[in-house]
Every structure is written in structure tokens, then in C-alpha cells.
Design a protein around this ligand. Structure first.
Ligand SMILES: Cc1cc2nc3c(=O)[nH]c(=O)nc-3n(C[C@H](O)[C@H](O)[C@H](O)COP(=O)(O)O)c2cc1C
Length: 205
């Protein structure tokens, strides 16, 4: 089984990286293959709504998004972690994930998603909610932990002192492993649910 982890932080040895590393320890112990992709210091532009991806199956901006796409397709689960900027996931993470989800045509249903928010003091809950939206629209079960998935710290390394936050990360990883394995068993035993052709309600008459 494979997990793809995305860190939105631009900082070296950042708090977000440390929170994800705490999860990775559990994935490693559980023999889950895991790759961390750090995108925060790259030049990731936002979606321009050109819709070329609907024809080609990939984004016109050939950057980290297209490199991560096959990794996401192969993965059984994805973790998106972001520093909180003004009570939101940061701009790099937002641009990256919006383009990744919109430009990739593969079926994301039953891949497990987990969001992690890291802040000095405030805004974790709104950032966390925003990140979970990507999973919700894609039919992806959301892994939860013992609290909302958030860790506190300002300077790089501070999160090591947030013992509850780091425990939350370990719990989240364990729960995610359990969900991924359970879904794999469920797929074998019951198969995945039927998918109807999508109906789009239009209120413009
Ligand atoms: C532009 C900017 C906006 C920020 N906004 C918030 C905020 O809304 N709430 C907060 O508690 N911390 C805020 N912070 C602090 C970071 O969330 C905090 O330093 C965090 O540890 C950064 O994570 P990182 O080390 O993974 O980059 C902000 C930092 C920056 C640079």
C-alpha cells in the first residue's frame, strides 16, 4: 500500500514537515510505502480554468502537479499538510491541490484522505475544513484521529513540544492505515459501489 504526503510549507525542517514525519514513522512501521513531496518553496501557479486538462488528462502547466499526478493515482491514501496563513491553507498548497484534483481524470473514490493544519495560534479549524473539501467532492473517505488534525508551533521545530498535536498525528496515521486496509478488504469482498453517470443540476434557465 502507498501513501502520498504533500507538505505546503516553504520552510526547511518546518513544523508541517515535522508533523508529517511523525505520521510517516507509523506508515514505515506498518510497511506502508510513503513518499513526501514538499511543494511550498516551488513556483506553483493557480488554476486558470482553461479546461485543457479535460481533453488531455493533465495540467497545461507542466510542473510538480503533473509529476505528483501518477503518484496520487497509484496511492491508496493522500495526506495534505499546510501551514496556516491567515486562517487558510497557504497559497502554494491551495494552488497545488486545486490543480491536482481538477486536472487528473482518474477515479479517486476510496483513496483515503487526511488533512493536517499547522499554526502558531489561530485558524487551524478553518484551514482544516478547507482542505477536507477536496476529499469530500471526490468520494474519498476522510481519516480522522483523536482531535481535529492540527498541531501548534511558530518557529521551525516548535511542534515537537506540542505533545498532544504529535500524538494526534500518530493516531491519524494509525487510523489511516486501518482504513486503507479495511477498504482493500471491502473492495475484495463486496466490490466498489456502482457509480451513476453524473447529473448536473443547472439553475440557469
Ligand atoms: C503569511 C503568514 C500568515 C500566517 N497566518 C497565521 C494565522 O492565521 N494563524 C496562525 O496561528 N499562524 C499564522 N502564521 C504562522 C504559521 O502558521 C506558523 O509559523 C507555522 O508554524 C508555519 O508552519 P511551517 O513551519 O510548517 O511553515 C502565519 C505565517 C505566515 C508566514
Amino acid at each position: 500500500m502507498k501513501v502520498l504526503m504533500i507538505s505546503g510549507s516553504p520552510r526547511k525542517e518546518s513544523n508541517t514537515d515535522m508533523a508529517l514525519a511523525e505520521m510517516k514513522k507509523i506508515f514505515d512501521e506498518s510497511d506502508i510505502e510513503c513518499e513526501v513531496v514538499k511543494i511550498g518553496s516551488s513556483n506553483i501557479r493557480g488554476c486558470t480554468d482553461c479546461r485543457k486538462c479535460l481533453e488531455t488528462g493533465k495540467c497545461v502547466f507542466d510542473d510538480l502537479v503533473n509529476q505528483a499526478a501518477p503518484k496520487f493515482e497509484e496511492a491508496d491514501g493522500i495526506v495534505i499538510g499546510s501551514p496556516v496563513y491567515y486562517a487558510q491553507p497557504n497559497a502554494s498548497l491551495t494552488a497545488f491541490v486545486q490543480r491536482l484534483f481538477f486536472s487528473t481524470p482518474f477515479d479517486k473514490r476510496w483513496k483515503v484522505g487526511a488533512a493536517v493544519a499547522v499554526a502558531r495560534r489561530g485558524g487551524c479549524a478553518t484551514a482544516f475544513d478547507a482542505m477536507n473539501k477536496y476529499f469530500g467532492i471526490a468520494g474519498m473517505p476522510i481519516a480522522t484521529s483523536q482531535y481535529w488534525n492540527m498541531v501548534y508551533g511558530r518557529d521551525p521545530g516548535d511542534v515537537a513540544e506540542d505533545l498532544e498535536g504529535m500524538q494526534t498525528m500518530r493516531t491519524l496515521a494509525r487510523n489511516m492505515v486501518f482504513l486503507m486496509k479495511s477498504i482493500a478488504l471491502g473492495k475484495e469482498k463486496y466490490g466498489i459501489p456502482e457509480k451513476e453517470d453524473h447529473v448536473s443540476t443547472s439553475f440557469i434557465r
